[in-house]
Design a protein around this ligand. Structure first.
Ligand code: PRP
Ligand code: ADE
Length: 201
């Protein structure tokens, strides 16, 4: 969560939270779908969301932003441009034409894989992974694994929305929306289907 020095919460987060629509029972019964398309219709709020990420990563010597298809592309490309970093799309299967590596993962509502072009990130590069939302963390873990397989230094993963302990919370009407910035090193998110969220939320 973005906190100001006096301990208050960044006021931009309130507008971000308010701009995200929650659609019950989409795409399956029981899923509370967090729809960022309503936020995208509000340019000021969209800009604030991107700027929060830019503020955090501006001085961290990031050379690549890896965005998760599809919604991670929306926030990842303006972030990469603002940082002067390259943008690396992590795509769903069979979309990338070159030589790829691939990682499978389990989703809140299914299974999927992510692929990355070999040669897009070099050993030792400082990379951040960006997506709109973390639920189980399976997608982010797959992204981290892909990048670490080619020797990248994954500095952090950043998402706009966190669904902490989503299994318990999924029946509730309200979720907490925060800017979630998870460290991927140390013992926070690294590998596995159930990364630990507690420390960052
Ligand atoms: O933390 P997890 O449980 O892994 O879930 C989070 C992922 O699920 C959503 O994407 P989705 O796979 O629905 O694809 P889309 O962006 O193409 O709609 C979301 O944008 C994240 O990428
Ligand atoms: N509840 C949710 N809303 C939007 N995207 C998601 N991806 C996984 N769970 C999701």
């Amino acid at each position: 969560m973005v906190e100001e020095e006096n301990g208050g919460v960044d006021p931009r987060l309130q507008a971000i939270k308010a701009a995200i629509r929650v659609v019950p029972h989409f795409p399956k019964p029981g899923i509370m779908f967090n729809d960022i398309t309503t936020l995208l219709l509000r340019p000021k709020v969209f800009k604030d969301a991107v700027e929060i990420f830019v503020d955090r990563y501006r001085d961290m010597n990031i050379s690549a932003v890896a965005g998760v298809e599809a919604r991670g592309f929306i926030f990842g490309t303006p972030l990469a441009l603002a940082l002067g970093a390259k943008f690396v799309p992590l795509r769903k299967p069979k979309k990338l034409p070159g030589e790829v590596i691939s990682e499978s993962y389990v989703l809140e509502y299914g299974t999927d894989s992510l692929e990355m072009h070999l040669g897009s990130v070099n050993r030792g590069e400082r990379v951040i992974v960006i997506d709109d939302l973390v639920a189980t963390g399976g997608t982010l873990c797959a992204a981290i694994k892909l990048l670490e397989r080619v020797g990248a230094d994954v500095i952090e993963c950043a998402c706009l929305i966190g669904l902490p302990k989503f299994k318990e919370d999924v029946s509730r009407e309200t979720f907490t929306y925060k800017l979630v910035i998870q460290g991927c090193k140390g013992d926070k998110i690294i590998t596995g289907k159930q990364p630990r969220f507690d420390e960052a939320w």
